[in-house]
Design a protein around this ligand. Structure first.
Ligand code: OOG
Ligand code: MG
Length: 262
């Protein structure tokens, strides 16, 4: 750790205010170039404690920058991890207010819910497959607090990996009924196909992203509890949306997830 507790608390407050009041900021590594990975996750943890202290429940975990499309789009090669809170969850088919957001983008996510705890190190795809209760399709609405979505990995980790809103819906399925690698996803905005991908785009297998998450938490003495909702990371590139747009994502064997931006 290179930053002191006071600086970490100040940066967490700064980034969370930007989220809650919907204004953009410059990336924090510009002012704190010596910030390290531990500092970045420590800032994210303070944001989580601030939300929980206000009574917001943490309702899931997210993997980010796990697909080739996303890594290329954002110019990074390492995944990152964050969390989602109760107020970020939006119902299937609902209207999402862009006035509460800065510059939202949507991405298709293959999501899972666990039925057994997962603990790294050494967590692998097999262990994850055994721990999946069901698979459910989702759409994440990311909204980086950084100007023009320009950030480096440490800045985006501190900013809770751009977490903003998410919608789960469609048809949950048992994992043995699916091939998560060949599962096709088509993302449409206003009836037009914007991007498509298959599950293997996420680290070769979406369960590999969950294994990485368990190994990441394991290094910090934590585990993924049973019953955890996890987004495995955008399988498609993220697509910018604005008021008036409607989004529909079709998932092979899992139905579709849709929402409107107002
Ligand atoms: C970082 C968040 C990445 C994903 O699924 O890849 C993420 C960003 O691109 O702003 O949620
Ligand atoms: Mg995502």
């Amino acid at each position: 750790m290179n930053l002191d507790k006071n600086t970490i608390d100040k940066l967490a407050e700064h980034l969370e205010n930007a989220e809650l009041q919907a204004f953009d900021v410059t990336k924090i590594t510009d002012d704190h170039p010596d910030m390290d990975w531990e500092d970045a996750y420590a800032i994210q943890d303070v944001i989580r404690h601030r939300k929980e202290g206000r009574g917001n429940k943490t309702v899931g975990l997210k993997c980010g920058l796990t697909s080739f499309a996303k890594m290329k789009q954002m110019g990074v090669e390492v995944p990152c991890f964050g969390f989602v809170s109760d107020y970020m969850s939006c119902a299937e088919g609902s209207e999402i207010k862009t006035s509460e957001l800065i510059h939202p983008k949507v991405e298709a996510e293959i999501c899972i819910v666990t039925k057994a705890p997962l603990k790294g190190p050494g967590c692998h795809v097999g262990a994850v497959m055994a721990a999946i209760d069901f698979v459910i399709p989702g759409v994440e609405i990311i909204d980086s607090r950084y100007r023009d979505f320009k950030f480096d990995l440490k800045s985006v980790i501190a900013d809770n990996t751009s977490a903003s809103r998410f919608v789960v819906g469609g048809r949950p399925r048992n994992v043995e009924e699916l091939d998560l690698r060949t599962l096709g996803v088509v993302l449409e905005k206003n009836g037009q196909i914007m991007d498509m991908a298959t599950g293997a785009a996420v680290m070769g297998h979406p369960a590999a992203a969950v294994a990485e998450l368990a190994n990441h938490l394991g290094k910090r003495g934590q585990e993924i509890p049973a019953g955890t909702f996890i987004m495995t990371g955008g399988v498609t590139a993220a697509i910018a949306v604005e008021a008036g747009d409607s989004v529909n994502v079709r998932f092979q064997d899992l139905g579709s997830v849709s929402m409107r931006f107002v």
